[in-house]
Design a protein. Structure first.
Length: 143
């Protein structure tokens, strides 16, 4: 008989431990979903030029990792570049990159929001979500 209470006590302790370590807020789950979806979009649309590790491609395409871009450009500007491309030279870490970056008109605002969330999380030291409404507004106001 003593085995049943100790077993139940052990199960209760185990349940509490699991709940404490595995429970995440809805916001964090939502953020992680954005990051994962953004990573998949990045792999599909951006990785070929900017590389898996964000290092860029020699002198052709700028790095996204370990750059000053995250301090100089805000998420709205990055959204416009992702969607519409970059025709002018861009300066990254004091180095000019002249190559044209094509836009991707097929990307929806949600895709752009997820990509930016992933980029900021991965290389921008900014774990915040770039909200869908912000992406819509940014893309509506692109120059």
């Amino acid at each position: 008989m003593k085995q049943i209470p100790s077993f139940l006590g052990l199960m209760a302790i185990l349940a509490v431990c699991i709940a404490q370590t595995s429970c995440q807020s809805k916001e964090e789950i939502f953020r992680q979903q954005y990051v994962v979806e953004g990573m998949m979009q990045y792999e599909k649309h951006c990785e070929n030029c900017h590389q898996k590790d964000g290092s860029g491609l020699k002198d052709l395409y700028p790095p996204l990792a370990k750059t000053d871009l995250w301090k100089r450009l805000n998420a709205n500007q990055i959204a416009c570049i992702i969607k519409n491309g970059q025709k002018e030279a861009i300066l990254v870490n004091q180095k000019p990159y002249q190559n044209y970056m094509p836009g991707n008109a097929k990307l929806e605002a949600l895709d752009v929001a997820e990509i930016i969330t992933y980029l900021r999380d991965k290389w921008g030291n900014d774990p915040r979500i770039f909200p869908l409404d912000s992406a819509r507004l940014a893309l509506k106001n692109c120059p």
